[in-house]
Design a protein around this ligand. Structure first.
Ligand code: PSU
Ligand code: MN
Length: 304
């Protein structure tokens, strides 16, 4: 076992017993929402996963150790220390060697989940190809990780702030299967339909689990994306959102926001500019993903 991993005993015994475990990330807590919504989000995701009969494992770097299943106190730390560095793959060695705290992105959490033997991971929306990437070359490391690491990521597609058609092109090149859970459309986070389709629609948790299992048996070591549209009642108005996103992008450009600050800046801008509506939608979609991920993880354990 990797010497930097530190398991929560409940998660360890669930894994040893072949019980369903769902990983959760910590960047969404430190950088995706303000306090106290971020704490509420972290705690509620865990509660939903438990309610469905699976074990949650919130993963983050705590004093240079990779915590597989943070305690409630550690989740509170991530929620109240919004300056905890956002760590992608390239940050890991430095942050861990220094014994620091680090909040894991989708890319990082996938990698840690894989080290720990966890097959399913739930988040809000993955990073992708940013609008204007032709010039900025800003393409999230989440996409490369989906190529490298064999974990199933349950998400509401890619964030609406991105260029979705190019994100899907990139995923195709990287060999990442994209499933639509009870939908033919690739979702765009706040919106159920990005205008792009998915490769394969699945209607049940069992169907999704079977595809993940078959991929493993074929020794295809890519990740897989299981996209779940935001529930209809929580979906935002497309025109309203597009206008707000365009304003957010213009402001980011004006302020010279770049690199890993971009996504947190845009999410925070939308939080304010939509009067909190985008946060309500973001929470709703994450909770829905947590429930779906737990069901698929359970179905996976029941296969064969
Ligand atoms: N999903 C959310 N909120 C978030 C994120 C995902 O609902 O804040 C985070 C994830 O950690 C994801 C990151 O990896 O945004 C993408 O950042 P970037 O575009 O810099 O790769
Ligand atoms: Mn980026």
């Amino acid at each position: 076992m990797n010497k930097y991993l530190e398991f929560n005993p409940e998660v360890k015994s669930a894994l040893d017993a072949g019980k369903p475990v769902v990983a959760l990330e910590t960047t969404i807590i430190s950088h995706g929402f303000n306090y106290p919504e971020n704490l509420e989000c972290g705690r509620t995701c865990e509660a939903i996963i438990r309610e469905e009969g699976a074990v949650p494992a919130t993963i983050g770097i705590v004093n240079g150790k990779i915590k597989i299943g943070c305690s409630d106190e550690e989740i509170q730390h991530f929620a109240t220390h919004r300056d905890t560095p956002k760590c992608s793959r390239r940050d890991l060695a430095a942050i861990i060697a220094r014994g620091s705290w680090g909040a894991g992105t989708v890319a990082t959490t996938m990698y840690f989940a894989h080290l720990a033997g966890i097959k399913f991971f739930c988040t809000g929306g993955i990073g992708g190809v940013h609008r204007g990437a032709e010039e900025s070359m800003d393409i999230s490391a989440d996409l490369e990780e989906l190529h490298e690491t064999s974990v199933a990521v349950v998400c509401a597609g890619a964030k609406s702030i991105l260029n979705i058609p190019l994100t899907l092109e990139r995923l195709e090149t990287l060999g990442v299967t994209v499933l639509g859970f009870q939908s033919d459309k690739f979702p765009a986070f706040y919106i159920r339909d990005s205008g792009c389709g998915v490769d394969y629609r699945v209607d049940t948790a069992e169907e999704a689990a079977k595809i993940v299992k078959t991929k493993d048996e074929l020794e295809i070591h890519n990740g897989i994306l299981i996209t779940v549209p935001i529930p209809e009642k929580d979906e935002m108005d497309k025109k309203f959102m597009d206008d707000n996103i365009n304003a957010a992008l213009a402001e980011a450009k004006k302020q010279g926001i770049r690199g890993k600050a971009t996504t947190p800046f845009l999410l925070a801008y939308l939080h304010d500019s939509t009067g909190g509506k985008s946060v309500a939608a973001n929470k709703a979609l994450v909770f829905n993903n947590a429930r779906t991920a737990a069901r698929i993880a359970k179905a996976y354990c029941n296969l064969k």
